[in-house]
Design a protein around this ligand. Sequence first.
Ligand SMILES: CC(C)(COP(=O)(O)OP(=O)(O)OC[C@H]1O[C@@H](n2cnc3c(N)ncnc32)[C@H](O)[C@@H]1OP(=O)(O)O)[C@@H](O)C(=O)NCCC(=O)NCCS
Length: 183
Amino acid sequence: MIIRQAKRSDIENIASVQVRSWNTTYRGLLPDEIIDARTVESRIENMSTHWKGFEGDLVSRIVLVAENDTKDILGFAAGGDIFHSGYSYDSEGYAFYVLEEYQQQGIGTLLMDELVTFLVSMNFKSMIIWVLEENPACEFYVKLGGIEKERKIDKYGEKEFLLIGYVWEDIRKLKKTIQKIYS
Ligand SMILES: CC(C)(COP(=O)(O)OP(=O)(O)OC[C@H]1O[C@@H](n2cnc3c(N)ncnc32)[C@H](O)[C@@H]1OP(=O)(O)O)[C@@H](O)C(=O)NCCC(=O)NCCS
């Protein structure tokens, strides 16, 4: 397994991972119409237009992929400067997705390790990640030392959902937490 910065040519495969993962994670938690509207085509359009952090983009953001020996993308992560304004943290994890059949095998932790290495190299100090309250993935962030510090309501269609903001005040400590997991 390697973790590397994504290229724009990876967008289609990343979009496919995201759509598959959205279906296995959010079906039953979010309204079907929201999930059904997230097609591979709509994600390709969104990522190509709005996402930054691919190889060659000179920005304080990064998109990472986890790729196996046969060059299949099994998961991805994205993060960088704070996206949702109004908070005192200087960086944010925007997305973490691993295909269901490869979850709980350490890939998410590898992606987090590489993301934090990047954020530290960019001189960021703290990080927030927003997660839907009912998402079992909350456990992943708690295991990595994220503290539930913020809450906000987001609207998906007509329905309102609670998002939890997991915070790391010092991302260098998160790096140490991950090193302990590996030792
Ligand atoms: C969240 C996610 C990226 C974590 O990736 P992963 O590869 O499964 O994570 P790891 O294998 O590195 O897990 C690290 C720890 O977190 C725990 N964990 C990870 N996902 C979990 C889940 N869904 N429920 C409970 N615990 C979880 C693991 O059990 C592991 O703890 P352990 O070492 O004591 O066993 C992945 O589960 C995922 O893609 N989920 C669906 C998409 C999603 O909800 N993303 C987050 C949106 S904010």
